[in-house]
Write a protein that binds this ligand. Sequence first.
Ligand code: BES
Ligand code: ZN
Length: 879
Amino acid sequence: MTNTPDKAQRTYLKDYTPPDYLIPKIELDFDLGEKETRVRTQLWITRNGNHSRPLILNGEKLELASVALDGKVLDPQQWQRDDVTLTLLAVPARFTLDLETVISPITNTELSGLYASADTLCTQCEPEGFRRITYFLDRPDVLSVYRVTLRADQSRYPVLLANGNRVSSDKNGGRHHVIWEDPYPKPCYLFALVAGQLQFIEDEFTTQSGRKVQLRVYARERDLPQCDHAMTALREAMAWDEKTYNREYDLDHYNIVAVDDFNMGAMENKGLNVFNTRYVLALPATATDQDYRSVSDVIGHEYFHNWSGNRVTLRDWFQLSLKEGFTVFREQQFSAAHGSAGVKRIEDANLVRTQQFREDAGPMAHPIRPDSFVEINNFYTLTIYIKGAEVVRMLNRLVGNRAFVRGCNRYFEHHDGQAVTTDDFVQAIAQASGHDLTQFYRWYEQSGTPRLSSHGQFDAKLRRYHLRLKQVDCDLTQAHPALQMPIVTALFDRQGNPLTTRCDGGDEAGHQHTLNLTGAEQEFVFDDVDTPPVPSLLRGFSAPVILDTDHDDADLAVLMGHDNDPFNRWDAGQRLARQQILAWLDDAEDRALNESFAAAFSQTLEGDFNDRAFQALALKLPDENYLGEFIEVIDPEAIHQARRSVAKALVSRYQKAFLAHYHALKTPGPCRLDAASAGSRALRNTCLTYLMILEEESSFERALMQLKGADNMTDTLAALAALADQAHPARDEALAYFLERWREYPLVMDKWLRVQAISRCEDTVQRIAHLTEHECYQNDNPNKVHALIGAFAHGNPLRFHQPDGAGYHLVTEQLLATDPKNPQLAARLASAFNLWRRFEPGRRELMHQALERIRRHKHLSRDVSEITDRALADQKYQG
Ligand code: BES
Ligand code: ZN
């Protein structure tokens, strides 16, 4: 019996019921081959509760060779099968089920389940890939102990890895097998196997209780010299989680495998992480400073999942943020502890504000704990990840560090081995801290970005400052109740000196106060204020909200020059810059630089900062996509021109200072990777990029010199990116030079593709079309598609939205070509059209047509149709 499920089927949180059957134990026996892999599965199944419902197992794209119950082969009449399930109508309360399935890794282009990356076989099971390996209850609340036998040809697959501990191995003729056991019960999404010709580097870590863990990073032989940084990061992550959360690793082995073809960044499979090579490999010549940080962040992230995700796992996929939001937060803390905490916070907060707020403002808006979905793969979103992390950060802030860590420990210990919900997490924090978090929990259930306004009033006589905060969108209905959030606040005098005040009648005088906002409108009173203050609000971006303040330009200039909170100092400058750009956008005639802004900018440029990474960030103008958020009807070209004109005015006025920095910051000797050296490179390259805007011959020469002379990828790439943005012969010289030098390095070629994809040059669309035919481009490799098409669609508003529609056409074609092969990858391109209603009529119409064309396409995947259907149905900006 075969039938196809309704494509648009929606799954609802409210329909959750516990599983009808449990599978405490599973044995898998793989006979591995890239064309054909045979999987023999034995399941120990018990009925969960007292009922007579059938056993319905999930399975997709499986050939089923046999089914046996308690050792007896079943006739085909005793089971039913369709495209996505295997049903056994009457089963005993406790039995074993033996299955034999056949799969074909080499034809698996979705990269979900068991697939081939070059000549390595590997798996990706989260969220629903395991059902493409064998029939199973593929849901995270079914936890099993695994014993896995891997059999293969020894010369083709000398390395055979699975989760847990290696218990035995044997060889016979040209074949061998290895047996792995994972003692910790886990959901099937954490299952993994890898088979291939891989080499490894090895190290050892002794846990705080004295257990020795063998650490290995596996990669292809040629990539091995690039794995040391990943290993160092792993050791640091292990030590950090012991020190910070008292969490120790629990197996004898920790293996990381780097593969070229991977839909995501990396995956936390128990004891066997599989990584995209881009988050493992790093050497100064091939990886930028940013890449180094990403490698260490992602290594940390996947490691931290061992507790937040693996030991304590999810009840259902609606709880995804329970592991992802929390783990991103832990990763951010780890990262802040190993570099400039201020810069890290600015980058993270900026990502929330620029990217997650966009998601919240569009058709895909959803709470961090969604109520329903069509395709779970579409819900690995910025909202789940980084808004989820912000919500955990607020919890931390509200209850304080010590109570927060106590709450986390309580959560880890009480729920060890369980599959739980976001509510269990918040409860654990509430109980450990004594806080009532009922109101706070709304953050999990409500979508959209809250909007706040602030208004201050100084009373000189009473030496008092009144601060009124209002949650603007709140109403008395249930849809928008007031949220609880920490608003971290400090006051400065007009010279930028920090003021010490008492807040809300408290006795304790201090500079910074955490205001606990719970009402739709609430007033906070600061005492001992002797002079009209400049308030610094929402310090460290203490809540993921949009805050409209009553600061004027002079106030902002004070904060930009003096705020001792790095985020707010940076943000004050960004606001000044944004106002400048928006003013020029409105008025193309009267274009004079605002003097408060120009003065503050030059102070940042010429000031002596000890954190140059901060200085570099502070000099960058807000990006074009973000500026669009402040405009009713978006014209990407006008935004680009206004932004570029401001940059040009600044570099014209301060050219000398930019040049002086550029020369002074050149560090002699070979590249060093410490944070200070990286900061110098960041600042120097920011100067290079500004100077380029003047389009002087000397700047082209300077960039070419840097490109050819640099011994590190940060400087090389900065020069290449600057040149790729210019319609000048130096552009082709630079691109050809880079290609020649790095064509054998796929990850480096991704950078080469990306700088061309985001070039502002007029011929960008044609060039990208050509590049899709280039030897170093493969349309079935996610990294390549992201680097060229993804970067173009999401990171080049000027050309993606060019008025003739050529950008939309290119992305549509590539998306439709990708979809049959890899729907997840295609879906991420589809979201580039999400905000179509925000654009001026010409572009809006063209984007609408592109969406219609995609929707009408035959055999469109569920992944893409969910995105396009929601975009087309979006009523938000109609009329
Ligand atoms: N569990 C995810 C990987 C994943 C995501 C698998 C979606 C299947 C579908 C992993 O822990 C993760 O979050 N990886 C991130 C990187 C991280 C540093 C944010 C990724 O892959 O982008
Ligand atoms: Zn994760």
